[in-house]
Design a protein around this ligand. Structure first.
Ligand code: 5AD
Ligand code: SF4
Length: 412
């Protein structure tokens, strides 16, 4: 009987893809995926650290697995993803029955870690595979420690249009003050275009008709091919010609070119370019390529300049409005979605009203609205008090959601 694994995924599409890759790696080892944890020999949680709520969910799920572990002492319980990188050994303090933690920059050693643990009948110590701390180590060493992982994978379950996620870049260099991602996903790294093209051809050969290109700030995709700098727009032109690919979309974007040179918060190194904005080349590519969906996801986060500044977002609300107007004018029939955080440190009623105004102006197809959740280790946690009461956060969340629902309902 082949051994079975169960994997539960929280968080964003990065994690969805990582779980698919992990499942493929375990299938290739001869293991079988199970839909329920109870009969699995290996249980994996692919975790998210963006908000406290997501972490709480994992710790309570881990708590519930104590009985499973007592009944199956040789079973393996592993924590993958952002919480593994962020909490590291802390995971074992809160859930001592976990066998290993493995961060998103170490997925390449998942299969060998599991084979080793399955073979060990005595496990004298816990296994920790994580990348280096971004603020405490030299940039090249940090980059090396966040290794890219793009093995062949088994493609898509049947759906209306077989779809696959394709990663075009890793990490983030933006350091929005509230966000843990640059710490747990590491420095921005763009994948070579030819690797992406080969992957998409391979996926198309297996039946994929829709691809979603993913990365934290895909509009900052940049890869130097000799003299030529390949950008997201170039990539779209190259990918749109691949036989069998009927639809292409991409998430997620950062609204502006902002700061040019990027640095880590300690000032120590960083990639030598920042996101180059959502430029005309990109908008024209989206407009002109028939198989590129006319839809952009561009998180605004707030409509108040004072809040945006404290969030370390590199634009003003007016800039964002103009961007949206320019997109609607350039790409007929285009739609835009956005993310917002309500109740960020120091957000007043007047700040919040500016966010409501921005949503009304932009007429988003949809908005994803989050209550601010303080993350230890971020600049916001260090510099500002989380001073908006939870009832106020809830009220603003509901109010913004109601505004958005009304817009979505009346949108063409
Ligand atoms: N609190 C609440 N929401 C957050 N996001 C990122 N960090 C936090 C946080 N600390 C939201 C942002 C981002 C989305 C993926 O999650 O809106 O765009
Ligand atoms: Fe986080 Fe900002 Fe990077 Fe998005 S752009 S992942 S919100 S730091």
């Amino acid at each position: 009987m082949p051994q079975k694994f169960y994997i539960e995924t929280l968080g964003c599409q990065m994690n969805v893809l990582d779980s698919e890759l992990a499942a493929s790696a375990l299938n290739m080892m001869g293991m079988q995926q199970s839909n329920v944890p109870d009969d699995a020999d290996v249980i994996l949680f692919n975790t998210c650290s963006v908000r406290q709520h997501a972490e709480d969910k994992v710790y309570s799920a881990l708590g519930r697995l104590k009985t499973w572990k007592t009944e199956k002492p040789f079973g393996i319980l592993g924590v993958l993803g952002c919480m593994a990188q962020k909490d590291q050994k802390l995971v074992f303090q809160r859930a001592p029955h976990v066998d290993f933690v493995l961060g998103p920059g170490c997925l390449d050693v998942l299969a060998e870690t599991i084979s080793r643990l399955l073979a060990e009948k005595i496990r004298p110590s816990k296994t920790v595979c994580v990348s280096l701390n971004r603020t405490a180590n030299a940039h090249p060493d940090v980059l090396d420690s966040f290794r890219q992982y793009n093995p062949e994978r088994i493609v898509p379950a049947e759906s209306d249009i077989p779809a696959s996620l394709v990663r075009i870049m890793f990490g983030c260099n933006q350091f929005c003050s509230y966000c843990i991602v640059p710490f747990v996903r590491g420095p921005e790294q763009s994948r070579p275009p030819q690797d992406i093209i080969n992957e998409v051809r391979h996926l198309a050969g297996q039946g994929t008709a829709k691809i979603t290109l993913i990365g934290q700030t895909v509009n900052s995709y940049q890869y130097q091919e000799g003299e030529r700098s390949v950008r997201l727009s170039d990539l779209l032109y190259r990918l749109s010609g691949i036989t069998g690919i009927e639809q292409i979309d991409f998430v997620t974007m950062y609204p502006t070119g902002g700061r040019g040179k990027q640095h880590s918060p300690t000032g120590g190194g960083g990639q030598q370019h920042g996101p180059l904005g959502i430029d005309e080349d990109l908008l024209q590519a989206v407009r002109d390529l028939p198989n590129v969906l006319k839809h952009l996801h561009i998180p605004a986060q707030s409509g108040s300049d004072a809040v945006l500044k404290r969030m370390n977002r590199q634009y003003t609300a007016a800039f964002y409005r103009e961007l949206v107007d320019r997109i609607y004018a350039t790409i007929p029939g285009s739609t835009i979605t956005s993310d917002f955080i309500v109740g960020f440190c120091g957000e007043t009623d007047a700040d919040f009203e500016q966010t409501v105004d921005l949503v009304k102006h932009c007429r988003f197809r949809n908005s994803f609205i989050f209550k601010y959740s303080e993350r230890a280790g971020t600049k916001a946690a260090e510099l500002y008090a989380d001073d908006v009461p939870d009832e106020v956060k809830k009220f603003r969340h509901n109010r913004l959601l109601a505004t958005q629902i009304e817009i979505s309902r009346t949108n063409p």
